[in-house]
Design a protein around this ligand. Sequence first.
Ligand code: ATP
Ligand code: MG
Length: 602
Amino acid sequence: MRLSQMLFVTLREDPAEAEIPSHKLLLRAGYIRRIGSGLYAYLPFMWRVLQKVSQIVREEMNATGAQECLLPQLQPAELWRESGRWDTYTQAEGIMFALGDRQERELGLGPTHEEVITAIARDLIRSYRQLPVNLYQIQTKFRDEIRPRFGLMRGREFIMKDAYSFHPDTDSLDQTYSAMHDAYCNILRRTGLAFRAVDADSGAIGGSGSQEFMVLADAGEDEVLYTDDGHYAANVEKAVSRPADALPSAYTAYEKLQTPNTPTIASLCEFLNCSPTQIVKNVLYQATFDNGQAVLVLVNIRGDQDVNEVKLTNELTKLAPTYGGNTVIALTVPDADQQKTWAAKPLPLGYISPGLADDYIQPTANLAPKFLRLMDQTATDLENFVTGSDESGYHVVGANWGSEVPRPTTVVDVRTAQVGDRALHDPSQLLKSARGIEIGHIFKLGTKYSQALGATYTNEQGEDLPLVMGCYGVGVSRLAQAAVEQSYDKDGIIWPVAIAPYHAIVVVPNVTDADQMAAAEQLYADLNAAGVETLLDDRDERAGVKFKDSELVGIPFRVVTGRSLKQGKVEVVQRADRSSQELALADVVPTLKQWVADALNA
Ligand code: ATP
Ligand code: MG
């Protein structure tokens, strides 16, 4: 392609709308344009990058035996009602764009495709002989993200590869899951990204199997906890660890003490001169289920620990049936306005005890009349601890479960693992923290969707069983931007060769010089003919502008038909390390061909 014929516009200044380097660079270098909140046009260079990423994904998926298809983006509401997700996705989480057609039928724009694919499996899969199968597509997804940001990282319309597999049993699922794991490692290796596969939250339904593929970058929205020995890495939402040991309590007798102005753990520790590990902290939450029922949740946790709301939501989802619901649609720490809707009398905030009486709740039709009391593991073994007294300005010390304080029967793990915690597999390994961009997620779904939609198969014994499913996503457009976030310098993007829009650019410093143009035209034709995807910068611009642009756009190899042409040579510059050398004209094509091949096979 000749730059003189392209819509090629670069910006000198950083656009105000962009916060992170990759977003700024993609805008400045003319890869993307913002059309609306979370909506971007992929301009020709970007589209080439996206097609290259897609092709790598496609090749690695095909190598596992998965089959490509394309499913409708407009999805009937009925399917989502069958899975029970219509209300949560259109109202509670509100992530799905919903619309009506002229016959007043309701439709959603696909944020994901479990329902559609399960409906197909229900119709077409009859027998164990058809299993396992794995279908995938590469397609635009729509999600009404509450906070679209960082360009393609979190868009409202973005490209995803999503795959869904169907199995007779979990052994078969495990095999495909592990093949997907390997395929994702290959994809990331080939696209040249530094990454880590981490244990991920799989909500309340998923058992053991869910991993996220994190591209490591400071701008990442996720926190990853890992150990240096390489044996543990998890999203902080899911991470487990061994907390620091509690210090023995200094109190031996149960007593109620006046502790004025100590509503926080820090102020209480200072006042009593005790360790937060000797305190039982009682955190109040308000959870609402999909049927509109709400419950007040009192979590007891050791004073130096924090509640992980993802883990808490999972525990509450397991308990949802007790309240007639299926899922949790909201979890908040009730503020003053929320408290007003149910508190029968003012709460002893900052001084709440694990035994806070249920008569603080003014029962209503939509609110459970009793607190749901959950004890985090960290609080179970404490002895002679300090905790609230339900009276403002007072705490109790030397308290024990079962005697002075009623012991909650439901023990859960809802603590947030922290940097510096000891790892479970080896206490000498301490957890470290890194930021990550989630570019892929593989997930053992089990039978949640097949059961809901009635997708069954007949096994060898003639029994009808629900299909066992897995699903596997890659954010294609997010991956492309993550590559930039991991590889740039002050002058612009440094694309990995495998996903660069072009491999090489031939720059003509002076287009009015007939020799320069002739040599450039020849190289341009020969390089392309040899499979080196090459641009020709034949614009009537100053040489300096052209060099700056080629660096900003990040093309891996630059060939300059400049002064040394008189000696039959051209300058060849590598974008990544700026190394430059003079090559005889005849050596340019074989050398670049070799460099590209080396990079693609690295
Ligand atoms: P996140 O936690 O970042 O919101 P998710 O867990 O909702 O993502 P999945 O449903 O697992 O995402 O989707 C599969 C992949 O699609 C993700 O791993 C991510 O790479 C990509 N993705 C998800 N949401 C977006 C988005 N709004 N914009 C761009 N890519 C996205
Ligand atoms: Mg995910």
